[in-house]
Design a protein around this ligand. Structure first.
Ligand SMILES: N[C@@H](CCC(=O)N[C@@H](CS)C(=O)NCC(=O)O)C(=O)O
Length: 201
């Protein structure tokens, strides 16, 4: 059976949980408590030497980096159609997943850290300001993309599973999606799915 080691509230963990729900494979969720430093234990380091969540375990195979886990699950359960056929469609999936992993997700993480997570004396307002600029820089093109289609790359799949959890805490972080109406409408479509209801509900 598959197992996912992760922190329940973590967007990176939730990204993979959503994919597991979408493929419908039975899996065990193993909670890793970031608050008590469980991700720094020797046992956990055996699973993920970078000491981050999540980690997907499939028999003797272990995989970390949440977006890599999405691709693995899509390829392991090809009948679920989470990746398009053909080089062009897959290239577009990679484009949006890398944009999320390299730019959008770190920017959202900086806004979260420097406005909520860190003790006040460690917060750097410029990090929040720069983070918001970077978020807008990503959401503008995403909004344009979603103005002509229901999901990021035609059918619901890996690109949606990658980006939507990054925006899961947008209201709490003061990220006003009404400025990006097509992104807001797409988020509502993703949030209406059974998988989202099960993980975020
Ligand atoms: N790029 C990684 C990021 C993983 C990540 O940063 N996870 C956070 C929780 S959302 C974490 O483990 N933080 C603990 C730490 O950095 O010490 C992925 O997509 O899996």
């Amino acid at each position: 059976m598959l197992a996912l080691h992760g922190f329940p509230m973590s967007p990176n963990t939730r990204r993979v949980r959503l994919a597991l729900e979408e493929v419908g494979a039975p899996y065990e969720f193993v909670a890793v408590d970031l608050m008590t430093g469980a991700h720094r234990s020797d046992a956990y380091k055996e699973l993920n030497p970078t000491m981050r969540v999540p980690v997907l375990v499939d028999g003797d195979y272990r995989l970390w980096e949440s977006n890599a886990c999405l691709h693995y699950l899509a390829e392991r359960f090809p009948e679920k159609g989470l990746l398009p056929e053909g080089a062009r469609g897959r290239g577009l999936v990679s484009q949006w997943v890398f944009m999320n992993a390299a730019h959008l997700s770190p920017a959202v993480a900086h806004v979260f850290a420097h406005s909520i997570r860190l003790p006040e004396e460690q917060r750097i307002p410029k990090m929040v300001e720069n983070g918001r600029i970077e978020i807008d820089r990503c959401l503008g093109p995403l909004d344009a993309r979603l103005s002509t289609r229901e999901f990021v790359v035609d059918k619901f799949g890996v690109a949606d599973l990658s980006i939507a959890p990054t925006l899961g805490y947008a209201p709490m972080l003061g990220i006003d999606l009404s400025r990006f109406p097509h992104v807001a409408a797409w988020m509502a479509r993703v949030q209406a799915r059974e998988s989202w209801q099960r993980i975020y509900g």
